[in-house]
Design a protein around this ligand. Structure first.
Ligand SMILES: C[S@@+](CC[C@H](N)C(=O)[O-])C[C@H]1O[C@@H](n2cnc3c(N)ncnc32)[C@H](O)[C@@H]1O
Length: 286
């Protein structure tokens, strides 16, 4: 009988120093056995990787992340496959569904939105499947923060403006207030803070930043449905963005970016195209 929790608990009991024995099983570029956990990208079907597209095209069963995966992508690459949404299914339902299809010899893919590595909850499914003897692997995708950055025609790190990027989420049902670090990232000044899973909570998040005395004029940019045909960009500040997003009516599917990098304001020329490569040893930027 399937018990995903046992697989998760077993993984949790292993010391962090113990390496996952599957890590060196394959060399880069080699074809892998098992269920691919594929990053579908942010929405635009063209942003699925070449490998992801080939795997989805071959699939008999596509288990996907519901409305976060563009239906055009499913239509374009796997119209003939059985398509099942993972929304509303718990691990106890998902794992046997995928395992049974795999054991029947069907070609199954698991399609996550963006990249599975970011708020994807992929690892628990993979561990549970591996526990049942079903091999799995990850095919990365384009995370929505990168799509939002491209839509804004900017970089998330920008010389003289932002040296770091934080992928984060606000406190709520699944994150305790003491684990919400948005204020700390903003306080650092040279961090571009990308907030996932926070569209519904923008006014509260901004109110907290105001209560913590952050500069109310700090730029905040919200990219709704980055790379989708109905993409929308709303610009404001810590003080104004809450009202603007509420007026637009967005409650989900947006990337909230705090910081000057989203506006490309005040950046400096980088060393990279300034003779740097010829005069110092170190890691080249690209
Ligand atoms: C469950 S998380 C999954 C993130 C996904 N794994 C990724 O890498 O983008 C869902 C959140 O990602 C963000 N998101 C996903 N797709 C988006 C898009 N096309 N535009 C803006 N934000 C998006 C939203 O903040 C949404 O609440």
């Amino acid at each position: 009988m399937t018990d995903p929790q046992r697989a998760i608990d077993a993984r949790g009991r292993r010391p962090a120093t113990e390496r996952d024995e599957r890590i060196a099983e394959h060399s880069a570029g080699e074809k892998q056995e098992g269920i691919p956990f594929i990053g579908a990208g942010p929405g635009d079907p063209g942003l699925l990787t070449v490998t992801g597209k080939e795997l989805v095209e071959e699939a008999d069963l596509v288990v996907h992340a519901g409305s976060l995966v563009n239906s055009d992508l499913l239509e374009r690459y796997c119209a003939d496959a059985e398509q099942v949404t993972s929304i509303g299914k718990d691990l106890e339902e998902l794992v046997p569904l995928i395992r049974d299809a795999y054991e029947e010899g069907r070609t199954v893919v698991r399609l996550h939105s963006g990249d599975p590595a970011i708020y994807g909850a992929a690892v628990e499914q993979m561990d549970a499947l591996e526990h049942e003897g079903v091999p799995t692997y990850i095919v990365p995708g384009v995370t929505s923060a990168f799509a939002a950055s491209a839509s804004l025609r900017t970089q998330l790190t920008l010389n003289g403006v932002a040296n770091h990027v934080a992928f984060t989420r606000p406190q709520g049902k699944t994150l305790d207030p003491e684990d919400d670090h948005i204020g700390e990232f903003v306080e650092m000044g040279d961090v571009t803070t990308c907030i996932y899973l926070g569209t519904h909570a923008i006014p509260e998040t901004m109110d907290r930043l105001l209560a913590e005395d952050h500069d109310p004029d700090t730029p905040v940019t919200v990219v709704y449905h980055a790379s989708w045909p109905d993409e929308d960009i709303i610009e404001g500040t810590i003080e104004t963005i809450g009202e603007r997003v509420e007026a637009a009516g967005y409650r989900a599917s947006a990337m909230v970016i705090i910081g000057d990098a989203a506006r490309k304001a005040g950046y400096d020329r980088s060393y990279l195209y300034d003779g740097w490569a010829n005069r110092s040893s170190g890691e080249a930027d690209d």
